[in-house]
Design a protein around this ligand. Structure first.
Ligand code: DX5
Ligand code: ZN
Length: 309
Protein backbone atom coordinates (compact mmCIF):
# COMPACT_ATOMS: atom_id res chain seq x y z
CA UNK A 1 0.00 0.00 0.00
CA UNK A 2 2.97 2.40 0.48
CA UNK A 3 3.02 5.27 -2.01
CA UNK A 4 -0.23 4.28 -3.68
CA UNK A 5 -3.62 5.78 -2.94
CA UNK A 6 -6.02 3.19 -1.68
CA UNK A 7 -8.55 2.74 -4.45
CA UNK A 8 -12.19 2.37 -3.66
CA UNK A 9 -13.30 -1.15 -4.44
CA UNK A 10 -16.19 -1.42 -6.91
CA UNK A 11 -19.37 -2.54 -5.16
CA UNK A 12 -19.86 -6.29 -5.18
CA UNK A 13 -22.88 -7.58 -7.11
CA UNK A 14 -24.44 -8.62 -3.81
CA UNK A 15 -24.30 -5.02 -2.53
CA UNK A 16 -25.81 -3.67 -5.74
CA UNK A 17 -28.69 -6.08 -5.41
CA UNK A 18 -29.50 -4.72 -1.96
CA UNK A 19 -30.51 -1.42 -3.55
CA UNK A 20 -33.79 -3.00 -4.60
CA UNK A 21 -36.75 -3.61 -2.36
CA UNK A 22 -37.83 -7.21 -2.81
CA UNK A 23 -35.95 -10.13 -1.27
CA UNK A 24 -35.86 -13.68 -2.56
CA UNK A 25 -36.07 -16.56 -0.09
CA UNK A 26 -35.01 -19.75 -1.81
CA UNK A 27 -37.12 -22.79 -0.88
CA UNK A 28 -35.09 -25.98 -0.98
CA UNK A 29 -38.17 -28.17 -1.22
CA UNK A 30 -37.48 -29.01 -4.85
CA UNK A 31 -33.69 -29.20 -4.50
CA UNK A 32 -31.88 -32.55 -4.34
CA UNK A 33 -32.97 -33.63 -0.86
CA UNK A 34 -30.06 -36.05 -0.83
CA UNK A 35 -27.64 -33.16 -0.79
CA UNK A 36 -29.20 -30.26 1.07
CA UNK A 37 -25.88 -28.89 2.26
CA UNK A 38 -24.92 -28.39 -1.36
CA UNK A 39 -28.33 -26.87 -2.10
CA UNK A 40 -28.04 -24.14 0.54
CA UNK A 41 -24.44 -23.38 -0.39
CA UNK A 42 -25.45 -23.12 -4.02
CA UNK A 43 -28.42 -20.85 -3.26
CA UNK A 44 -26.11 -18.60 -1.22
CA UNK A 45 -23.50 -18.47 -3.97
CA UNK A 46 -26.16 -17.67 -6.55
CA UNK A 47 -27.34 -14.62 -4.61
CA UNK A 48 -30.32 -15.79 -2.51
CA UNK A 49 -31.27 -13.39 0.30
CA UNK A 50 -32.67 -16.12 2.57
CA UNK A 51 -33.23 -19.85 2.76
CA UNK A 52 -36.87 -20.91 3.17
CA UNK A 53 -37.28 -24.26 4.91
CA UNK A 54 -40.55 -26.12 4.38
CA UNK A 55 -41.21 -28.41 7.32
CA UNK A 56 -44.11 -30.84 6.80
CA UNK A 57 -45.47 -33.46 9.14
CA UNK A 58 -47.69 -35.61 6.90
CA UNK A 59 -50.61 -34.49 9.02
CA UNK A 60 -51.23 -30.80 8.58
CA UNK A 61 -50.26 -31.36 4.95
CA UNK A 62 -50.16 -34.65 3.02
CA UNK A 63 -46.38 -34.66 2.69
CA UNK A 64 -43.28 -35.13 4.84
CA UNK A 65 -39.97 -33.31 4.65
CA UNK A 66 -37.42 -32.67 7.40
CA UNK A 67 -37.26 -31.38 10.95
CA UNK A 68 -35.12 -29.38 13.38
CA UNK A 69 -32.12 -31.71 13.26
CA UNK A 70 -31.75 -31.21 9.54
CA UNK A 71 -32.11 -27.45 9.98
CA UNK A 72 -29.47 -27.48 12.72
CA UNK A 73 -27.08 -29.25 10.36
CA UNK A 74 -27.82 -26.77 7.57
CA UNK A 75 -27.25 -23.84 9.93
CA UNK A 76 -23.53 -24.57 9.80
CA UNK A 77 -23.46 -24.56 5.99
CA UNK A 78 -24.68 -21.05 5.25
CA UNK A 79 -24.56 -17.54 6.66
CA UNK A 80 -27.93 -16.67 5.14
CA UNK A 81 -30.93 -16.17 7.40
CA UNK A 82 -33.06 -19.29 7.76
CA UNK A 83 -36.84 -18.87 7.52
CA UNK A 84 -38.66 -21.95 8.83
CA UNK A 85 -42.15 -22.48 7.46
CA UNK A 86 -43.78 -25.02 9.75
CA UNK A 87 -46.63 -26.83 8.04
CA UNK A 88 -47.17 -29.00 11.08
CA UNK A 89 -50.13 -29.59 13.36
CA UNK A 90 -48.27 -29.24 16.66
CA UNK A 91 -45.60 -26.57 16.40
CA UNK A 92 -45.84 -25.89 20.14
CA UNK A 93 -44.44 -29.31 20.87
CA UNK A 94 -41.31 -28.77 18.79
CA UNK A 95 -40.78 -25.01 18.92
CA UNK A 96 -37.80 -25.15 21.29
CA UNK A 97 -36.03 -27.54 18.95
CA UNK A 98 -36.60 -25.25 15.97
CA UNK A 99 -35.30 -22.27 17.92
CA UNK A 100 -32.31 -24.25 19.12
CA UNK A 101 -31.65 -25.29 15.50
CA UNK A 102 -30.88 -21.64 14.69
CA UNK A 103 -33.91 -20.53 12.68
CA UNK A 104 -33.94 -16.75 12.26
CA UNK A 105 -37.68 -16.69 11.77
CA UNK A 106 -40.36 -19.27 12.46
CA UNK A 107 -43.73 -19.11 10.76
CA UNK A 108 -46.58 -21.37 11.82
CA UNK A 109 -50.06 -21.84 10.37
CA UNK A 110 -53.13 -20.10 11.70
CA UNK A 111 -55.34 -23.12 10.87
CA UNK A 112 -53.79 -25.41 13.49
CA UNK A 113 -55.99 -26.64 16.30
CA UNK A 114 -53.68 -25.90 19.25
CA UNK A 115 -53.17 -22.49 20.89
CA UNK A 116 -51.12 -20.20 18.68
CA UNK A 117 -50.19 -17.40 21.03
CA UNK A 118 -47.76 -19.29 23.29
CA UNK A 119 -45.75 -20.43 20.29
CA UNK A 120 -45.58 -16.93 18.82
CA UNK A 121 -44.47 -15.65 22.22
CA UNK A 122 -41.79 -18.32 22.52
CA UNK A 123 -40.39 -17.37 19.12
CA UNK A 124 -40.25 -13.70 20.03
CA UNK A 125 -38.81 -14.39 23.49
CA UNK A 126 -35.92 -16.13 21.73
CA UNK A 127 -35.31 -12.96 19.72
CA UNK A 128 -36.44 -14.43 16.42
CA UNK A 129 -39.09 -13.17 14.01
CA UNK A 130 -42.51 -14.73 14.50
CA UNK A 131 -44.84 -15.35 11.59
CA UNK A 132 -48.27 -16.65 10.75
CA UNK A 133 -49.07 -18.21 7.41
CA UNK A 134 -52.48 -18.93 5.98
CA UNK A 135 -53.85 -21.33 3.40
CA UNK A 136 -55.32 -19.80 0.23
CA UNK A 137 -58.90 -20.20 1.44
CA UNK A 138 -58.33 -18.83 4.96
CA UNK A 139 -59.37 -15.17 5.27
CA UNK A 140 -56.79 -12.68 6.43
CA UNK A 141 -59.11 -11.72 9.29
CA UNK A 142 -58.10 -15.02 10.96
CA UNK A 143 -54.80 -13.31 11.81
CA UNK A 144 -56.37 -10.32 13.53
CA UNK A 145 -56.26 -11.69 17.10
CA UNK A 146 -52.48 -12.18 16.82
CA UNK A 147 -51.45 -9.03 14.99
CA UNK A 148 -49.54 -7.51 17.91
CA UNK A 149 -47.35 -10.63 18.05
CA UNK A 150 -46.55 -10.80 14.34
CA UNK A 151 -43.35 -9.87 12.57
CA UNK A 152 -44.22 -11.83 9.42
CA UNK A 153 -47.40 -12.56 7.51
CA UNK A 154 -46.86 -15.33 4.98
CA UNK A 155 -49.53 -15.41 2.30
CA UNK A 156 -49.78 -18.81 0.62
CA UNK A 157 -50.63 -18.60 -3.04
CA UNK A 158 -50.81 -22.41 -3.48
CA UNK A 159 -52.24 -25.11 -1.23
CA UNK A 160 -49.39 -25.96 1.16
CA UNK A 161 -47.74 -29.34 0.72
CA UNK A 162 -45.96 -29.38 -2.61
CA UNK A 163 -43.73 -27.25 -4.79
CA UNK A 164 -44.36 -26.58 -8.45
CA UNK A 165 -48.03 -25.61 -8.28
CA UNK A 166 -49.78 -22.83 -10.16
CA UNK A 167 -49.80 -19.35 -8.56
CA UNK A 168 -53.22 -18.19 -7.34
CA UNK A 169 -53.28 -14.59 -8.51
CA UNK A 170 -56.69 -13.84 -7.02
CA UNK A 171 -55.52 -14.90 -3.58
CA UNK A 172 -52.49 -12.64 -3.91
CA UNK A 173 -54.65 -9.69 -4.98
CA UNK A 174 -57.05 -10.25 -2.10
CA UNK A 175 -54.48 -10.62 0.66
CA UNK A 176 -50.96 -9.36 0.04
CA UNK A 177 -51.50 -5.63 0.20
CA UNK A 178 -54.01 -6.08 3.01
CA UNK A 179 -51.40 -8.08 4.95
CA UNK A 180 -49.24 -4.98 4.99
CA UNK A 181 -52.03 -3.11 6.80
CA UNK A 182 -52.23 -5.89 9.31
CA UNK A 183 -48.59 -5.22 10.20
CA UNK A 184 -49.00 -1.44 10.23
CA UNK A 185 -48.48 -1.31 14.00
CA UNK A 186 -44.90 -2.43 13.52
CA UNK A 187 -42.95 0.53 12.24
CA UNK A 188 -39.81 -1.40 11.57
CA UNK A 189 -38.94 -4.87 10.38
CA UNK A 190 -42.38 -6.23 9.50
CA UNK A 191 -42.46 -8.45 6.43
CA UNK A 192 -45.05 -9.84 4.09
CA UNK A 193 -43.89 -13.08 2.47
CA UNK A 194 -45.58 -14.61 -0.56
CA UNK A 195 -45.16 -18.37 -0.85
CA UNK A 196 -46.17 -20.60 -3.74
CA UNK A 197 -45.92 -20.38 -7.52
CA UNK A 198 -43.64 -17.35 -7.55
CA UNK A 199 -41.57 -17.23 -10.71
CA UNK A 200 -40.61 -14.83 -13.50
CA UNK A 201 -44.22 -14.70 -14.71
CA UNK A 202 -45.78 -13.89 -11.36
CA UNK A 203 -43.04 -11.84 -9.64
CA UNK A 204 -44.16 -8.56 -11.17
CA UNK A 205 -47.63 -8.86 -9.67
CA UNK A 206 -46.24 -9.96 -6.29
CA UNK A 207 -43.93 -6.94 -6.28
CA UNK A 208 -46.76 -4.62 -7.27
CA UNK A 209 -48.63 -5.78 -4.17
CA UNK A 210 -45.68 -4.62 -2.06
CA UNK A 211 -44.52 -8.05 -0.88
CA UNK A 212 -41.21 -7.89 0.94
CA UNK A 213 -40.07 -11.49 0.54
CA UNK A 214 -40.77 -13.70 -2.46
CA UNK A 215 -40.42 -17.39 -1.68
CA UNK A 216 -39.19 -19.18 -4.78
CA UNK A 217 -38.79 -22.94 -5.07
CA UNK A 218 -39.29 -25.00 -8.19
CA UNK A 219 -38.51 -22.14 -10.60
CA UNK A 220 -34.90 -22.21 -9.37
CA UNK A 221 -34.23 -25.93 -9.37
CA UNK A 222 -34.91 -26.66 -13.02
CA UNK A 223 -31.95 -28.65 -14.38
CA UNK A 224 -29.76 -26.48 -16.57
CA UNK A 225 -31.33 -23.23 -15.35
CA UNK A 226 -29.00 -20.42 -14.34
CA UNK A 227 -30.14 -19.94 -10.74
CA UNK A 228 -28.33 -16.66 -10.15
CA UNK A 229 -29.81 -15.07 -13.24
CA UNK A 230 -33.27 -16.31 -12.28
CA UNK A 231 -33.01 -14.88 -8.75
CA UNK A 232 -31.89 -11.51 -10.12
CA UNK A 233 -34.64 -11.56 -12.72
CA UNK A 234 -37.36 -12.35 -10.18
CA UNK A 235 -36.09 -9.67 -7.81
CA UNK A 236 -35.91 -7.11 -10.61
CA UNK A 237 -39.41 -7.97 -11.84
CA UNK A 238 -40.82 -7.64 -8.33
CA UNK A 239 -39.16 -4.25 -7.95
CA UNK A 240 -40.48 -3.27 -11.35
CA UNK A 241 -44.00 -4.21 -10.29
CA UNK A 242 -43.65 -2.05 -7.19
CA UNK A 243 -42.39 0.89 -9.23
CA UNK A 244 -45.18 0.35 -11.73
CA UNK A 245 -47.74 1.09 -9.07
CA UNK A 246 -45.78 4.06 -7.74
CA UNK A 247 -45.63 5.27 -11.32
CA UNK A 248 -49.42 5.39 -11.82
CA UNK A 249 -49.44 2.24 -13.91
CA UNK A 250 -46.84 3.35 -16.43
CA UNK A 251 -43.98 0.92 -17.09
CA UNK A 252 -40.99 2.00 -15.01
CA UNK A 253 -38.36 -0.08 -16.83
CA UNK A 254 -37.33 2.10 -19.73
CA UNK A 255 -38.64 0.04 -22.59
CA UNK A 256 -35.57 0.98 -24.64
CA UNK A 257 -33.70 -1.54 -22.49
CA UNK A 258 -35.93 -4.32 -23.74
CA UNK A 259 -37.61 -5.03 -27.05
CA UNK A 260 -41.16 -6.34 -27.33
CA UNK A 261 -40.95 -8.77 -30.19
CA UNK A 262 -44.30 -10.57 -29.94
CA UNK A 263 -47.66 -10.39 -28.17
CA UNK A 264 -49.36 -13.76 -27.79
CA UNK A 265 -51.78 -15.68 -25.58
CA UNK A 266 -49.95 -17.19 -22.62
CA UNK A 267 -49.70 -20.81 -23.78
CA UNK A 268 -48.20 -19.81 -27.15
CA UNK A 269 -45.92 -17.26 -25.51
CA UNK A 270 -44.64 -19.96 -23.14
CA UNK A 271 -43.91 -22.39 -25.97
CA UNK A 272 -42.01 -19.77 -27.93
CA UNK A 273 -40.19 -18.65 -24.78
CA UNK A 274 -38.99 -22.21 -24.14
CA UNK A 275 -37.74 -22.51 -27.73
CA UNK A 276 -35.76 -19.25 -27.54
CA UNK A 277 -34.35 -20.02 -24.09
CA UNK A 278 -32.97 -23.30 -25.41
CA UNK A 279 -30.36 -21.26 -27.25
CA UNK A 280 -29.52 -19.33 -24.07
CA UNK A 281 -31.44 -16.07 -24.61
CA UNK A 282 -33.62 -15.00 -21.65
CA UNK A 283 -37.17 -13.97 -22.56
CA UNK A 284 -39.43 -11.95 -20.27
CA UNK A 285 -43.21 -12.23 -20.28
CA UNK A 286 -45.32 -9.29 -19.13
CA UNK A 287 -49.08 -9.02 -19.09
CA UNK A 288 -49.94 -6.89 -22.12
CA UNK A 289 -51.60 -3.64 -21.12
CA UNK A 290 -50.10 -3.65 -17.64
CA UNK A 291 -51.56 -4.73 -14.34
CA UNK A 292 -54.86 -2.90 -14.65
CA UNK A 293 -56.41 -5.08 -17.36
CA UNK A 294 -59.12 -7.17 -15.74
CA UNK A 295 -58.88 -10.22 -18.02
CA UNK A 296 -57.72 -13.46 -16.41
CA UNK A 297 -54.14 -14.45 -17.19
CA UNK A 298 -55.22 -17.37 -19.35
CA UNK A 299 -57.21 -15.26 -21.82
CA UNK A 300 -55.23 -12.05 -22.02
CA UNK A 301 -52.27 -11.47 -24.30
CA UNK A 302 -48.72 -11.40 -23.01
CA UNK A 303 -45.88 -9.25 -24.32
CA UNK A 304 -42.67 -11.12 -25.01
CA UNK A 305 -39.54 -9.07 -24.38
CA UNK A 306 -35.86 -9.55 -25.08
CA UNK A 307 -32.99 -7.58 -23.51
CA UNK A 308 -32.02 -4.92 -26.04
CA UNK A 309 -28.36 -5.89 -25.82
C1 DX5 B 1 -45.41 -25.27 -0.43
C2 DX5 B 1 -44.23 -24.58 0.19
C3 DX5 B 1 -43.52 -23.63 -0.69
C4 DX5 B 1 -42.92 -24.25 -1.90
C5 DX5 B 1 -42.78 -23.20 -2.93
O1 DX5 B 1 -46.09 -25.98 0.57
O2 DX5 B 1 -44.61 -23.88 1.33
O3 DX5 B 1 -42.51 -22.96 0.03
O4 DX5 B 1 -41.68 -24.79 -1.72
O5 DX5 B 1 -42.41 -23.83 -4.09
P1 DX5 B 1 -42.83 -23.26 -5.51
O6 DX5 B 1 -42.04 -22.02 -5.71
O7 DX5 B 1 -42.48 -24.34 -6.44
O8 DX5 B 1 -44.31 -23.01 -5.47
ZN1 ZN C 1 -43.07 -22.60 2.25
Amino acid sequence: MTGTRRRKKPPSPAKEIQLGRARVAVSILDADLGNLAYAVRRAEKEGADRIHLDVMDGHFVPNLTFGPRTIKALRKRTKLPLDAHLMIAEPGRYIDQFLDAGCDSVTIHVEIEEPIEPTLRAIRAAGRAAGLSLRPMTPLSALEPYRALLDIVMVMTVEPGFGGQEFMADVARAKVLAARDLLAHKLHGAEVHVDGGVNRETAELVGALAADVLVVGSALWIPGRNMGREIRLIRALADEGYQYVLNDGRPPIPRDRVITFATLPRHLARTLQAEIEKVGIPVLLFRAGGLDVEEPDETRDWDMLLPAS
